[in-house]
Design a protein around this ligand. Structure first.
Ligand code: ARG
Length: 464
């Protein structure tokens, strides 16, 4: 698909009637959107077909005319997909490129298609149709990633690793629990997308340029043909509103923020210092100078790409800021940030969904790490509370035992009963059950806790 650039004669323009000189060649290229909005061709054509059918229903076009329009538009889709459509900068955007070609193909009837509509309501319709489809694709990728996480969670429901706060070892947790924490973030992301979709799925067409049209149009019928939930209520708002796109990029930013957090953990966990997990070679790359390197490029890149989605959100908010009603050319700047957001998000989700089920764990390293930070100290305090000691006193006793452990290089579970009893004589030999990593995680057996039984319960729910 090539884009030709030529200086035009005013007579060639679909809007050339009132002009007395040709558009400046640079201005023509500067104001055109065809280089990026050609991506909307299918949705533009779907909108036009529905609009034509509606015009027939209300008696403005004849069945023969609508037939010709539909046939011409179908041919245009074929031409575009076969690479036989020459995009023209002179025709500015996707709407006029298609309309001009339709008129070439079917003659005067092609010129009737634009009755009762404007590019202002047309472009708003195209973006909504396109975005609705993208939201469905993104939702499917989200679900696929969730399934991958659930799969790993089930497999690693009992695998122990240290849980962190402040990136300091805090308490032992299960790997499955950690995977399901990511899963829960995506549950909210999915809901946000579905909620946003409701406000995307509203038909602006019929608003025409800004005030509506003098023709007896049937907007409910057009909405129904295009699968919109309803038609919009105010023509001025319909052509100028881009809230739905901003909402979508906000939801996308949150998803990227989550992926970026996952990425950060994967990068840490694959480092030699942690050595908790392995990523398959096919998701990593090497170094051109250091032969030993296997770099976690996919998570790093996803972490980096998060920045562009945040940038797109700020772009769109700023594009809309201070715009008076109704349509302004500023709005043409909505498409590139929106397209880039969808591409970035879909790519990032796809990479994660492909990769996550193949992550493997290094159980021994994770156990060692969990043993190193006195991660069962809270369990010892809880044990003392069970012996009727107030929690604050228990905290103090365990603090003393930890100080001794730091001095002697011993974990709490590695001390003898006599050593532990120096800090409190209520400690008995059954204390060692709570000081093991397994004892610690299984004891947290309530809704939302890290016990393998709880992980598996949530996994079962997630699967159903
Ligand atoms: N290419 C334009 C856009 O993307 C289409 C609408 C143009 N309308 C106009 N009156 N110039 O927003």
């Amino acid at each position: 698909m090539s884009t030709i650039e030529k200086n035009s004669n005013e007579a060639d323009k679909l809007w050339g009637g009132r002009f007395t000189e040709s558009t400046d060649a640079f201005v023509e290229a500067f104001t055109a959107s065809i280089t990026f909005d050609k991506r909307l061709y299918k949705h533009d054509i779907a909108g036009s077909k529905a609009h034509a059918k509606m015009l027939q229903k209300v008696g403005i076009l004849t069945p023969q005319e609508v037939d010709d329009i539909h046939t011409g538009l179908d041919e245009i889709i074929e031409d575009i997909e076969a690479g036989n459509f020459e995009w023209s900068i002179q025709l500015e955007d996707i709407h006029m490129n298609i309309e001009a070609r339709l008129t070439d193909k079917i003659g005067i009837t092609g010129k009737k298609l634009h009755t009762g509509r404007s590019r202002n309501d047309q472009v708003a319709t195209d973006i909504r149709l396109w975005l609705r489809e993208q939201i469905d694709l993104i939702s499917a990728e989200l679900k696929r990633l969730q399934s991958g996480l659930v799969e790993v969670a089930e497999r690693e429901a009992e695998t122990i690793l240290p849980g962190f706060t402040h990136l300091q070892v805090a308490q032992p947790i299960t790997f499955g629990h950690h995977m399901m924490a990511w899963y829960e973030m995506l549950v909210r992301d999915f809901e946000r997308l579905q909620d946003c979709r409701k406000r995307v799925n509203i038909l602006p067409l019929g608003a025409a340029a800004l005030a509506g049209t003098t023709y007896p149009i049937d907007r409910d019928y057009t909405a129904e043909l295009l699968g919109f939930d309803c038609a919009s209520n105010n023509s001025l708002d319909s052509v100028s509103d881009r809230d739905f796109a901003i909402e979508f990029i906000s939801a996308a930013s949150l998803i990227m923020m989550h992926l970026s957090r996952f990425s950060e953990e994967l990068v840490l966990w694959t480092s030699a210092q942690f050595n908790f997990i392995n990523l398959p070679d096919r998701f990593c790359t090497g170094s051109s100078i250091m032969p030993q390197k296997k770099n976690p490029d996919v998570p790093e890149l996803v972490r980096g790409k998060t920045g562009r989605v945040y940038g797109n959100l700020i772009s769109l908010l700023t594009i809309m800021k201070s715009q008076p009603l109704a349509y302004n050319k500023d709005n043409q700047e909505d498409k590139e940030p929106l397209f880039d957001t969808v591409d970035t998000l879909l790519g990032s989700l796809r990479a994660f969904a492909d990769m996550m089920p193949h992550v493997t764990t290094n159980e021994e390293s994770m156990r060692q790490a969990a043993m190193q930070g006195f991660s069962t100290a809270t369990d010892l305090a809880d044990y003392l509370v069970g012996k009727d000691m107030p929690f604050r006193d228990a905290h103090e006793v365990v603090g003393n035992a930890v100080a001794y452990g730091v001095e002697t290089g011993k974990d709490l579970s590695e001390m003898t009963l006599e050593e532990l009893q120096k800090f409190s004589d209520v400690i008995g030999k059954e204390v060692f059950e709570v000081l093991t990593l397994e004892g610690s995680v299984s004891a947290r057996n309530h809704l939302g806790g890290t016990a393998p039984a709880q992980v598996l319960a949530r996994v079962a729910e997630a699967k159903s």
